[in-house]
Design a protein around this ligand. Sequence first.
Ligand SMILES: Nc1ncnc2c1ncn2[C@@H]1O[C@H](COP(=O)(O)OP(=O)(O)O)[C@@H](O)[C@H]1O
Ligand SMILES: N[C@@H](CCOP(=O)(O)O)C(=O)O
Length: 293
Amino acid sequence: MVTVRAPATSANLGSGFDVFGAALSRPADVVTVEKAAETTIEVTGVGAQYIPEDPEKNTVGAVVEALDAPARIHIDKGVRPASGLGSSAASAAGAAVALNRLYDRGLSREELVPIAAEGEAVVSGVAHADNVAPSILGGFTVTTAEGTRSVDAAIPLVVCLPDVAVSTRDARRVVPETASMEELVETVGNAATLAIGMCRSDPDLVGLGMSDPVVTPERARLITGYDDVRERAFDAGATGVTVSGAGPAVIAACRERDRREVAAGMLDAFAGAGIEARAYQTQIGRGSTVLEE
Ligand SMILES: Nc1ncnc2c1ncn2[C@@H]1O[C@H](COP(=O)(O)OP(=O)(O)O)[C@@H](O)[C@H]1O
Ligand SMILES: N[C@@H](CCOP(=O)(O)O)C(=O)O
């Protein structure tokens, strides 16, 4: 038996659509696997009632297939589904790390990233790896067709999750098909600023680099109260605010001394829009961790 804690993640970080990702120190899924002749999946925890246990429909089923590793699998969800916090990816990442260990497949963490990404194709239609990469490797990740690079970074964060669901599949439909040269130049500049900020663990640069003129404005329209939440986070000292993944969670970078006030401001703004929300005071954290074997 192998048990793995796989963290929630925030993809895109504004300027890095489908490329950037960050592991969050909390919340997390816990995935336990045991060898079995046939694969079965049991899901408990946050939002378990919305998650299919059929291996054809659960993200971990694709991981089992790819690793040829049938197992009795228990997923204890700490990451709410349809959150923008890489819920579907956390289970896939945890299963990839756990099954690799259980069956002694000997794959490196980097090699497990495309395998876990197959699970994302099951739910969103695209095997985007920007959530599974940080959930497996930890830190700040840059994923391209050439693979994933990661660095550790110490950046305090708030992720504020409203009590509404936005599916990644639906939110991909509003992504513009084209961008102007001006938008491209702005986005490259912001993404580069953010990446330097991560390497320096500098919340000012990370926040500055989160700005994105192309995808985020379209996605923000799907989140009731977004503009107020963003404004209140900045008022409380946030250095940057954007949609986390495909939403509806909103992520803010800040200094540690401001994190509590940023969280309070974001919660208050959602409440003002008539929406209950939960704020996680978190930071960039480690990747999937083996808890027991
Ligand atoms: N192991 C899993 N964990 C979470 N969601 C899953 C899992 N397997 C399948 N799903 C489905 O994936 C969808 C949520 O994924 P997605 O829309 O990408 O949201 P998130 O941003 O939270 O990952 C839901 O429809 C859910 O039923
Ligand atoms: N790059 C993807 C990331 C989706 O993240 P999720 O946490 O919402 O699953 C996208 O923006 O569609």
